[in-house]
Design a protein around this ligand. Structure first.
Ligand code: TRP
Ligand code: CA
Ligand code: ZN
Length: 316
């Protein structure tokens, strides 16, 4: 565990850190003041990578991809759903049709919390047909899965209600997420306090981009990375490019993280983030080489921990 003692450490983080430094465990810690925000647990990157290994195997056994309307998509959804069901989530499969093929969204609700204040976290689960899509977007799918499983494992009971989503057919133009939002009643739309999107968070030549959108959500992510000593840049180009777009268009506050796709890393970006200037953040973007080898473990670890932190902070 990393004990952050920077000036940005929250009061609760500091209490937890001091408790641990004193040799105590979290279970031994004195109850936190009621106003305090519960500290998010670490998301084990090994567990996230184990999900990626499964998604890779499923793709390999199904023609090499997890694309909309192909057998690999449904098999992957079944893998995610089984984990969530076993952990105590209430799961719903939402079916739709696009380009003459059946697609599915998977929605998982964590029982409890104020259902008039829903914090929603989503990632697209489909890949392109060219390859297994392990960074795009096995990375987001696996990280939000492990975050959901960590909610269950730690018996987290937030003030707000938690909902997770795995979208189908993003690669055909955000078809699944658009379908979900357009089928929400006006009343249910109004209950979503925020939507957090994770699409590509383990890029092999990574950047640290925070969606430049809802200020409170953006600050939660930025403060977390600042606490790790990592500089971020605003993601402004992606507004129309992933599943947060339908939520934003419906007036729901959105945010998210992105480690880069086909754009080229500049020299300035390589100076602050490491990696290779003059190369794409992900040279295997939408290609057959987007396999389990196409992941930067450190970036995946940090983005997973940052997303869990935001889920905890925004729902407590
Ligand atoms: N959504 C794109 C895809 O799945 C990836 C992408 C490109 C992206 N630019 C983005 C995602 C900016 C979020 C933000 O192919
Ligand atoms: Ca971690
Ligand atoms: Zn993609």
């Amino acid at each position: 565990m990393k004990l952050s003692v920077s000036g940005r450490t929250t009061a609760v983080g500091a209490v937890a850190a001091l408790t641990l430094l004193a040799g105590g465990s979290m279970a031994d810690a004195a109850p936190a003041p009621e106003s305090a925000v519960a500290a998010a647990p670490d998301i084990p990157v090994a567990a996230v990578k184990a999900h990626l290994t499964q998604l890779q195997s499923i793709a390999t056994a199904n023609g090499g991809n997890r694309a909309h309307g192909r057998t690999g998509y449904k098999a992957s959804l079944d893998y995610v759903k089984a984990k969530l069901d076993a952990a105590g989530f209430t799961t719903t499969t939402q079916q739709f049709t696009s380009s003459g093929r059946t697609g599915y969204n998977l929605i998982a609700d964590w029982p409890g919390g104020d259902t008039n204040q829903v914090v929603m976290t989503g990632s697209h689960l489909d890949s392109v047909t060219a390859g297994p899509g392990i960074n795009d977007n096995g990375s987001g799918s696996a990280a939000i899965l492990e975050t959901a499983l960590t909610v269950a494992r730690t018996a987290y009971h937030p003030t707000k209600h938690l909902r997770f989503a795995w979208w189908g057919a993003e690669e055909l133009g955000m078809v699944g997420s658009r379908y979900y939002v357009s089928n929400l009643s006006t009343a249910n739309r109004a209950k979503i306090s925020g939507y957090l999107n994770f699409d590509m968070i383990g890029s092999p030549n990574p950047g640290y981009f925070v969606y430049d959108d809802d200020p409170a959500i953006e600050k939660t992510f930025k403060d977390y990375f600042t606490g790790l000593g990592i500089a971020t840049e605003p993601e402004t180009e992606g507004d129309g490019r992933s599943d947060h777009a339908p939520f934003k268009n419906a007036g729901i506050p959105v945010g998210g993280l992105f480690s880069g796709a086909d754009y080229i890393k500049t020299a300035a970006q390589a100076t602050k983030w490491g990696g290779t200037a003059g190369q794409a953040f992900d040279r295997c973007y939408h290609r057959s080489c987007d396999t389990t080898s196409n992941i930067n473990d450190t970036a995946l670890d940090r983005h997973g921990d940052a997303l869990a932190n935001a889920v905890w902070q925004l729902s407590s």
